[in-house]
Write a protein that binds this ligand. Structure first.
Ligand code: GRF
Length: 221
């Protein structure tokens, strides 16, 4: 008899609709997926993703950042929830709050984010507008480890989409989000399963993965 797979305990942090969260929850239903989603937190009580997570039987809670006098105390409240749920890895999925450096450092190598651009291009917000303004022909999304500097962490996986003549920011966003929902579960599987890890500020991959898995490095034309 084979031993049951040990699943990494993952929390997802959201602020809004949570479509990336849903793709992670769906992926984690597979018996051989190396992570289980044990908690969903939102800094916005009205985030639509909270109700979806709860409907899936996943503990889902709002920690409203407006109830805290400063970032440090908000981060401490998050930390308490993560520890109580024995979370091992955090996935940011449309989470729109900046953390204190101390919180990020405490999760070094154990916190991922998805960002809607091909980093290091177009950090911050309005990435699709930034891409159109820059006139790039390729745009996309990136899964990366979180470091204190915004959108600057070591890169685990990227997917590219073409920028087409006549694209507007919404059209481009629609094409990128399709790739986000595909890329994030693939990247989390690698990290949770131990095939990708942070070493000396870079992402180290196991040999098989380094031969460029199409799920982690792609151009959707
Ligand atoms: C995504 O585009 C993500 O990359 C960005 O915010 C958006 C969140 O969308 N950080 P959703 O809430 O996952 O649908």
């Amino acid at each position: 008899m084979t031993a049951p797979l040990r699943k990494t305990r993952v929390a997802i942090l959201i602020s809004g609709r949570g479509s990336n969260m849903i793709s992670l929850i769906e992926a984690a239903k597979a018996p051989d997926y190396p992570a289980e989603i044990v908690l969903v937190l939102s800094n916005r009580p009205e985030a639509a993703g909270l109700a979806h997570a709860a409907s899936e039987g996943i503990p889902a809670r709002a920690i409203d950042h407006r109830d805290f006098p400063d970032r440090a105390r908000f981060d401490a409240a998050l930390q308490a929830e993560l520890e109580a749920a024995r979370v091992e890895l955090v996935c940011l999925a449309g989470f729109m709050r900046i953390f204190t450096p101390g919180f990020v450092e405490g999760w070094a190598g154990r916190m991922l984010n998805i960002h809607p651009s091909l980093l290091p291009l177009f950090r911050g917000t309005h990435t699709h507008r930034q891409a159109l303004d820059a006139g790039v022909r390729l745009h996309g999304c990136t899964v990366h480890y979180v470091v204190p500097e915004l959108d600057a962490g070591p890169i685990v996986a990227q997917a590219a989409v073409p920028v087409r003549p006549g694209d507007d920011a919404d059209g481009l966003a629609d094409r990128v989000i399709v790739q986000e929902r595909r890329l994030y579960p693939a990247a989390l599987a690698l990290v949770a399963g131990g095939s990708a890890r942070l070493e000396d500020g870079r992402v180290a991959f196991d040999g098989d993965v380094a031969r460029a898995d199409g799920a982690l490095l792609s151009l959707a034309v």
